[in-house]
Design a protein around this ligand. Structure first.
Ligand code: SF4
Ligand code: SF4
Length: 92
């Protein structure tokens, strides 16, 4: 899904590289290729592509990744698919 991006500079995603143990899991689970390896650890290479699904933080054993999952576009897409009237939290 390279090339896809959302609003610029609004994503809540953060990475504490001091805690990273270079397992590579975040790169494996991220559907938008937000992470890449650099200098032996993971780094955020394309934060604007993040849809805040939370998969990376959920699967990072040492807790190096923080993201407010369920508040971004992913939540809106899922809510809309379920027919919920409050599909997008941005309109509240
Ligand atoms: S999942 Fe966590 S520990 Fe593993 S490479 Fe990514 S940031 Fe580092
Ligand atoms: S929250 Fe989802 S889209 Fe964003 S970096 Fe993590 S796995 Fe990728």
């Amino acid at each position: 899904m390279n090339g896809l991006s959302y609003l610029r500079n609004v994503v809540t995603l953060q990475l504490d590289r001091e805690k990273c143990v270079a397992c590579g899991t975040c790169e494996d689970v991220c559907p938008h290729d937000v992470f890449a390896s650099m200098d032996g650890k993971s780094t955020i290479c394309n934060s604007d592509a993040c849809m805040e699904c939370g998969a990376c933080a959920l699967n990072c054993a040492p807790g190096a990744i923080m993201v407010d999952s369920g508040v971004g576009c992913a939540a809106a897409v899922i809510n809309a698919a379920l027919g919920r009237s409050d599909a997008c939290c941005c309109t509240e």
